[in-house]
Design a protein around this ligand. Structure first.
Ligand code: SF4
Ligand code: SF4
Length: 98
């Protein structure tokens, strides 16, 4: 058997399999990335189940894991990943400056 076949394969099936914090946490804290944003994610509190998947996938330190999670618009660059990953459609996209 080749070495490659002996390597452990990690399959991400749910939020429990994700790293405990975003890889960029800390490194981007000095750069306020809000100026890049053309869309603004907005959490609909009534639909949010507090699963924190959005916090785990956000590539910036832009979501605070509170109850419900809070988006820090100083650091949100509007990439839309949280909108795509929320399993409950609890984050909507609004055009910036609306
Ligand atoms: S992923 Fe969606 S449901 Fe889960 S905490 Fe974030 S906004 Fe709420
Ligand atoms: S759009 Fe969502 S995932 Fe992207 S930076 Fe903003 S809060 Fe994070």
């Amino acid at each position: 058997m080749s070495k490659k076949n002996d390597e452990k394969v990690i399959v991400i099936q749910n939020g429990d399999d994700m790293p405990s914090m975003p890889a960029s946490m800390g490194s981007m804290k000095i750069n306020k990335t809000a100026s890049w944003r053309s869309i603004r994610p907005v959490i609909i509190e009534e639909k949010c189940k507090r699963c924190m998947i959005c916090w785990k996938f956000c590539p910036e330190p832009a979501i605070r894991p509170e109850d419900p999670p809070v988006i820090d618009y100083d650091y949100c660059k509007g990439c839309g990943i949280c909108i795509e990953e929320c399993p409950f459609d609890a984050i909507v996209s609004e055009k910036e400056g609306k």
